[in-house]
Design a protein around this ligand. Structure first.
Ligand SMILES: [Zn+2]
Ligand SMILES: [Zn+2]
Length: 82
């Protein structure tokens, strides 16, 4: 199976929806990932806020809507942070 899965880096739980992993991280480990917008360099706590920002402020397609695999997200993040 090539279905992407997202392992929790803290307890090795496995999630098949990235949003579920984020919820798990937030609720169980109290960790919120910070996302940075490469267009305006603002930072956002949690991918939900980040997606909303992309959609409303830049009139662009949020990461979730694109259905990106984790590797793509990681690549995007790398570009954003560079
Ligand atoms: Zn965990
Ligand atoms: Zn922005």
């Amino acid at each position: 199976m090539t279905r992407p899965a997202y392992p929790c880096t803290q307890c090795n739980d496995l999630f098949f929806v990235y949003r579920d992993l984020e919820n798990h991280m937030r609720n169980i480990h109290k960790l919120i990932k910070t996302w940075k917008c490469k267009k305006c360099l603002q930072s956002f706590r949690g991918v939900d806020a980040f997606d909303r920002h992309i959609e409303y402020d830049h009139n662009d397609v949020p990461l979730y809507s694109m259905g990106l695999a984790m590797s793509d997200v990681a690549r995007q993040l790398k570009e954003m942070n560079s």
